[in-house]
Design a protein around this ligand. Sequence first.
Ligand code: FES
Ligand code: MG
Length: 577
Amino acid sequence: MTRRALESLRSQRWFASNDMRGFAHRQRTQQMGMRREEFLGKPVIGILNTWSEMSPCHAHLRDRAEAVKRGVWQAGGYPVELPALSVGEVMVKPTTMLYRNFLAMEAEELLRSHPIDGAVLLGGCDKSTPGLLMGAFSVDLPVIYCPAGPMSNGQWRGQKTGAGTHTKKYWDELRAGGITQADWVDLESRMTRSAGTCNTMGTASTMTSIVDAMGLTLPGASSLPACDSGHPRMASTCGSRIVEMVWEDLKPSTFITRASFLNGVAAYMAMGGSTNAAVHLIAMARRAGVDLTLEDLADMAGRVPVLANLFPSGSYLMEDFYFAGGLSALLNKVRPLLDLSCRTVTGGTLGDSLADAPCWNDDVIRDVANPVVPLEKGRTLALLKGNLAPNGAVMKSSAANPKFLRHTGPALVFDDPGTMNRVLDDPGLDVTEDHVIVLRNAGPVGAPGMPEWGNLPIPKKLLKQGVRDMVRLCDGRMSGTHYGSCILHISPEAAVGGPLALLQTGDLVRLDVAAGTLDMLVDDAEIARRRAAWKPTAYRYERSFTALYQQHVSQAHEGCDFDFLTGTAPVPDPVIY
Ligand code: FES
Ligand code: MG
């Protein structure tokens, strides 16, 4: 590997010049207690840290930043930690999705505006992974993604409990009278035992596994539990490796290709990952100048069955997955579908990374011949189109009740979640399990921010009768930790006049997952009449980040990025004067 000249590092523009500005940059670095020898002539490594006390998934990232610094020093770099928006999934309202693009903008501009030569990105909770990497692709400096890692396994009264999945499960049990209020309080302190991201196959592990398979983490790093002593060692290795990557000028544009994305997509499907990844992958691809569509994802979903036996599609947790061999072992099981020649942050190929990655538990990580869900029974991602979703809707059919994969039923339509919750709790509600529950105005513009409202509640009356799944439709998203026959990301959304806006309670909705269709059985003349009478109802913000969001966000099938941020148009490095 040829080593680039020191003079070619962008940080040299700040630190090497013998003028008043160069003096100020050196002077002010020494103001922070650094000796000249500690930073001059060294690659400057940014550590973008999404730690905050509002993000329990990232609670350990302050310590991990120190481990990264250790690695950077050891390899002859100069580390600087830069805080970035934590987008902690649980606390941020209305939804972290509203802020994913904000984090992407912050990451891009932090790296561009400072004298940074390469960066280690510390994140993991759902939107932090796409947010940080969208920004990194756009600024195109050498980066390594250092995933926060999943929290330790949870357990309650001898049963495995997974973050998100079991919260929803026990909430339904509480509403149905299956557990007591005291049980519910007891669960609060027992399900989430340590720092780290959700230990189910939610969006966090979906996204970190995808970017691991794309070659953006150290091989297999996404499966390493947050509180394993290997985790800080991995972080330190990221620090050492990024210094080498700067000297090698190994930036995303030099090795991230459509084939890398398709490797990520194969991992996504084999993991039985979250529907949210469909939005994030397309947004990331568009930043990298790669053509990737919902059809590409659905096509891979039809070739790769769910192999990772993890909640919500299966029955284990991420720590079990790590002990079974982790992502690298899983990737080895789908080798024929991968492009092993793709390069990774190691400088080698994906094939090199997988050379020594055995599987230690064939029940946790299944063989293709023995999948968790066979392709005929359900897929990680099904794409549906029709007069209700001309640009597509998605469904995780592997986590749905198979009897609903072909279904026709009357719609029960809601315009807002408050009314929906009130009505669905009414014990006298006229509803059967054949009804199709619909929540609209939950899309990128309408909600705004496309929140995870799509796992619509089962009517209380039916819960008490033992019903646990129904067909549900939404233009919002659903947590990756949840399950059920939920059709999501309906595009275009109701708030911009998508046909979902024209659906009325009592209309028949027909779903056929095998055929890939989703329609309202309403004749064209009636649809045209309703369209002529339709008026937008979504509240339009006139200031704040949300105003910018509503004016520039794209629809779900396009990745929900801002129109002015997609693509690879060059942005000049800042003028230093
Ligand atoms: Fe952060 Fe699930 S809430 S990863
Ligand atoms: Mg989530």
